[in-house]
Design a protein around this ligand. Structure first.
Ligand SMILES: *Cc1c(COP(=O)(O)O)cnc(C)c1O
Length: 372
């Protein structure tokens, strides 16, 4: 088998990449689709529940799928610098891929609101890091204005190459399952990823048009192959940052899940279209529910993801229990980022006490027995 060299090479014929382009890759994509063995039993329902573990991408989040495309395109257009606003993972990914390409990256982050691991990555990869006294939405407004006049390429998910790269996760799932799942669950922040998956599923099924062009709504033979065969897209948001539940943009979003602490999603229309066309829905969760799901995945399945990622499993579990997701369904949840990104939150909420004793045999033996 040929050495895996990244998602652009693997799905080249489905991606807008010039034949002679220099490809900027770190071997992103090709992440494991893991069947959960212990958690689904607690629902009392018979479902096949999988997680797409995107935390195993090169910089630890799904952002790398979009970034290999965005940076490849930027480099081949002759761009010398890229710019983004970020809740953390976009900056880590942009910084790494820009370093790989040998160009400059500049990242705008909300002061004090990004996880330490993500900040460390941006700094190590040599990004110009600018902390603003404001939130992600403020940063997004600023980078759009700057990119409109300065010679830099904007690599937030408003860059269409980002979503093109991210749609390949849906391709991988269909390749592996042999068909699309019945439901696909995702955290929703800026809403690019849910839009990208919907594009990917729609393209891969070859059913991008919903009905024939000869008939109207009244036609009795009109079929709806998209809704019949593609997954229903379920988007989950933190209650303090849930514009899709409120039906409007949210000022001052707040949640422990910093990756989805966004009140003004840039892919608002695309995500609504994905939800509507797939006959999916949005739902919201408290910070407590999000952290409980993160701990459950780590404790019961050996999978460590970010708080934001865990909301997809919280959502799937609740909707399975409520039979909104019917028994017999195949469900995929995207775990968007790795748990190691944010060790502070993990240690703070961990229920396992760390015992400190002197280093002699009897004391250590007793400590082990007392704590088992
Ligand atoms: C970016 C990100 C999200 C949100 O994805 P959107 O495309 O902005 O909706 C969720 N989880 C993690 C870990 C992220 O990095």
């Amino acid at each position: 088998m040929a050495r895996y060299t990244g998602l652009i090479e693997r799905y080249r014929e489905r991606l807008p990449v010039a034949a002679d382009a220099r490809i900027i890759t770190l071997g992103e994509g090709n992440t494991p689709l893991i069947r959960l063995e212990n958690i689904p039993g607690s629902t009392g329902k018979d479902v096949e529940l999988y997680v797409k573990y995107e935390g195993l991408n090169p910089t630890g989040s799904f952002k790398d799928r979009g970034m290999t495309m965005a940076i490849t395109q930027a480099v081949n257009e002759g761009s010398q610098a890229v710019l983004c606003a970020s809740t953390g993972n976009t900056s880590a990914s942009a910084a790494a891929y820009a370093a790989r390409a040998g160009i400059t990256s500049c990242v705008i982050i909300p002061e004090g609101k990004i996880a330490m691991g993500k900040l460390a990555q941006a700094m190590m990869h040599g990004a110009v890091v600018i902390q603003i006294e404001g939130n992600f939405d403020d940063g997004m407004g600023l980078v759009k204005e700057i990119a409109a006049e300065a010679p830099v390429t904007l690599v937030n998910s408003v860059n269409p190459y980002r979503l093109q790269g991210q749609k390949t996760a849906a391709f991988e799932i269909v390749d592996e399952l042999g068909r699309p799942p019945d439901f696909h669950c995702l955290p929703v922040g800026n809403a690019g990823n849910i839009s990208a998956y919907w594009t990917g599923y729609s393209e891969y099924a070859g059913l991008t048009t919903r009905a024939c062009s000869f008939c109207d709504d009244q036609c009795p033979y009109r079929s709806d192959p998209v809704a019949d065969r593609l997954p229903r897209m379920l988007g989950y948001q933190a209650s303090g940052a849930a514009p899709f539940l409120r039906g409007e943009m949210v000022e001052g979003p707040e949640t422990v899940a910093s990756a989805i602490r966004i009140g003004r999603p840039q892919s608002w229309d695309l995500a609504w279209a994905a939800s509507r066309e797939s006959e999916g829905w949005f739902a919201e969760f408290s910070d407590e529910d999000i952290l409980a799901a993160q701990a459950m995945l780590a404790d019961k399945e050996g999978i460590f993801c970010e708080p934001a990622s865990a909301i997809s499993v919280a959502g799937a579990m609740r909707d399975i229990k409520a039979a909104r997701i019917p028994a017999g369904s195949t469900v995929v949840c995207t775990l968007t980022g790795h748990g190691l990104k944010d060790p502070d939150i993990a240690i703070r909420q961990s229920r396992a006490p760390v015992t400190k004793v002197s280093a002699d045999l009897d004391t250590v033996k007793k400590a082990i027995l007392d704590n088992m």
